[in-house]
Design a protein around this ligand. Structure first.
Ligand code: ZN
Length: 186
């Protein structure tokens, strides 16, 4: 069973959308659709609420901590995350962006990806970043995320740019992962 999903700025009493939450199919590497660059969200409407609900549902069902719309073949700049142990802190980032505040301050973390099952790689990224995003109603936010949130934020924005964690590793290793993935599909 999926955890109950609460999105603070949506009043479910007036919404029947959560009755129709659906698990979406996650694209897996090397699917070329994972390479598409997502477009900015311009309309903050019911369709956007529905997409984020379905993305959260899918992320929880798959046991992930973050999911970008690109991974479910929706090419808009939408990211969902829940970094809490209890899986009760869903977060939605619309049109997320970041700028690096100090490119010499780096952080290494073992990352996994729902689009590359079974693979975990140590990736080094900047850890001093300024993050910008909008909420489901279009309100703008900025913050300086730390630790796992900073890592996850960059990982998910990579997806929106068509970039994957295998792009950070050697071509030889990437090719090995690609061959293995193709073998398991066929
Ligand atoms: Zn990923």
């Amino acid at each position: 069973m999926a955890p109950i999903i609460k999105i603070s700025c949506v009043d479910y009493k007036e919404s029947t959308y959560n009755m129709y939450m659906a698990r979406l199919k996650i694209l897996t590497f090397p699917d070329p659709r994972l390479r598409k660059v997502a477009s900015p969200v311009k309309e903050f409407n019911k369709s956007l609420i529905k997409i984020t609900e379905n993305m959260l549902e899918t992320m929880y069902e798959e046991g992930g901590i973050g999911l970008a719309a690109t991974q479910v073949d929706i090419h808009e700049r939408i990211v969902v995350m829940d970094l809490s142990e209890e899986k009760n802190d869903p977060r939605i980032f619309i049109n997320p962006e970041f700028k690096i505040l100090d490119d010499k301050s780096l952080f290494s973390c073992e990352e996994g990806c729902l689009s590359i099952p079974g693979v975990r790689e140590e990736i080094t990224r900047p850890d001093k970043i300024k993050a910008y995003w909008q909420d489901i109603e279009g309100k703008e936010y900025e913050d300086e995320p730390q630790g796992l949130l900073a890592v996850c934020f960059q990982h998910e924005i990579d997806h929106l740019e068509g970039k994957l964690l295998v792009d950070y590793i050697s071509p030889l290793k990437r090719d090995r992962i690609r061959k293995k993935a193709l073998k398991s599909v066929n």
